[in-house]
Design a protein around this ligand. Structure first.
Ligand code: LLP
Length: 439
């Protein structure tokens, strides 16, 4: 089975540091993120705490945008809100000129609340309810990516009722293997996503004839954490062929939405290069004359976030367990996908100590509550702090309060300072809204 988890040897702590320009080790202050000592954040706000770096997000947005500019290809970047939906991050990306890709009305409302205009929002997803469609259309959403013939009919009904015209693209399932983890691959015929290529022409024609709809093009998204341009090339060749075939039958096609999925280097495997990606996109879409849109999430925010935790205790029971105050309810990815996240101690002296294998775990009563297995780490004492790296995407958004664990707070580092952007949840808030019947 294709797996997103790179299986090379663990990089040394020094190598993890060296490959991440946002991190630096200071002899006195310890591990710094965008120049800010992480210890000062933990001293002020406690742990666990999410830390995000504004400059890293801006730089990553610019690198993607510039890679396309260098190819002379105008690109419309719609940030996939699901990766990290914090208002501060949405607002930051809005200021870089990003639109948004949303998959629920909650995400739509978050994006508009953060300043992103409805017309710059694309609505994706396999099941949008009538109520959600109604709210989005009434607010003037820019585009809806429809995933089935049935959904096209629903959008037409809702738009007609409201007296508006919905711009829709059809999400084509190109049936390519993205070479990623089975739980996050979306472009295979067996997956629930999109419309099979052979069904597109008939549904496109039908959509063009329905009231309340303007069919603008084709959308694709083949999966996440993709590390090679090859599956994309195969998918986009099919997309470009579809655009040409539709036009030959007299259909209007203005838009090609090429989705997201660009992979990053969690374990120092090379991430997908924006330059290689943009070059491939230019080649495949050369002369196609479409408005190119994309929906990256992880690429923009993944390396721009970390989860800071403290060691509760080190348990030595034959094997060494480092028990943190952060757990799988906070960062779900290792438990859910066996994903690898770098773990760096904040203390500079730790890097000169002897390393030995440890399982790094949380306090939750589940065996899956494990951040790392047999990880080479120094001796860690209660109170020592560690950073779980590359947790900016699919981190806080996937967290829960399992085991009655309140949600951590979050801090945004920017220009050498830092701001609290989410308050730590009070334990009492966990039962807010719960009702004990009096009978
Ligand atoms: N567009 C659509 C339609 C999507 O479904 C997704 C992600 C994206 C864009 C953004 O993909 P990205 O550029 O972030 O790879 N929770 C998993 C990842 C799930 C991705 C779901 N769809 C993880 O932690 O790895």
């Amino acid at each position: 089975m294709a797996d997103m988890n790179f299986t090379g040897p663990d990089p040394e702590l020094q190598d993890l540091l060296a490959s991440r320009p946002q991190l630096e080790m200071h002899a006195q202050d310890g591990l710094c993120f965008e120049g800010v000592p992480l210890n000062s954040i933990a001293d002020q706000y406690g742990t666990p705490v999410w830390v995000y770096g504004a400059e890293t997000i801006r730089a990553r947005y610019a690198s993607l945008h510039n890679a396309f500019a260098a190819q002379g290809v105008p690109i419309h970047i719609h940030y996939a809100v699901k990766a990290n939906d914090h208002l501060a991050i949405l607002n930051l990306l809005h200021k870089q000129n990003a639109g948004a890709d949303v998959v629920s009305i909650g995400e739509f409302l978050r994006a508009t609340k953060a300043g992103i205009a409805a017309k710059n929002i694309v609505y994706s997803g396999v099941g949008k309810s009538e109520a959600e469609l109604e709210t989005a259309l009434a607010a003037g959403i820019g585009q809806i990516n429809a995933e089935s013939a049935e959904e096209v009919e629903m959008i037409s009904t809702v738009a007609s009722r409201l007296g508006v015209i919905a711009s829709i693209a059809l999400r084509m399932n190109p049936d390519v293997d993205a070479g990623t983890h089975a739980k996050i691959t979306t472009g295979l015929a067996e997956n629930k996503f999109g419309i099979a290529a052979q069904d597109i022409p008939a549904i496109y024609a039908r959509s063009s004839s329905l009231p309340g709809l303007q069919v603008v093009g084709i959308a694709m998204h083949i999966g996440s954490q993709i590390l090679s341009t090859e599956p994309y090339r195969l998918a986009y060749e099919k997309g470009a062929a579809m655009v040409r075939a539709l036009r030959q039958t007299g259909q209007n096609v203005e838009v090609l939405d090429i989705g997201g999925g660009l992979g990053i280097g969690y374990q120092d495997e090379p991430g997908l290069s924006p330059d290689a990606f943009a070059t491939m996109v230019r080649r495949v879409t050369n002369g196609l004359d479409v408005k190119l849109m994309m929906e990256p999430g992880r690429y923009l925010v993944g390396p721009a976030g970390l989860l800071l935790g403290s060691v509760i205790l080190q348990k030595r029971a034959g094997k060494r367990f480092v028990v943190l105050d952060a757990a799988m309810n906070d960062l779900m990815r290792p438990a859910m996908y066996e994903a690898w996240h770098g773990i760096l101690p904040l203390d500079p002296t730790a890097y000169r100590s002897a390393m030995s294998p440890a399982d790094v775990v949380g306090p939750i009563c589940e065996t899956a509550d494990q951040f790392a297995k047999n990880r080479a780490l120094p001796d860690l004492k209660p109170g020592n702090r560690v950073a779980l790296l590359d947790a900016g995407a699919y981190g806080a958004v996937m967290s829960s309060t399992y085991n009655a664990r309140p949600r951590p707070c979050a801090v945004l580092v920017d220009q050498g300072g830092f701001h609290l952007i989410t308050k730590r949840q009070e334990v009492q808030a966990l039962w807010d809204g719960e009702i004990v019947p009096s009978t």
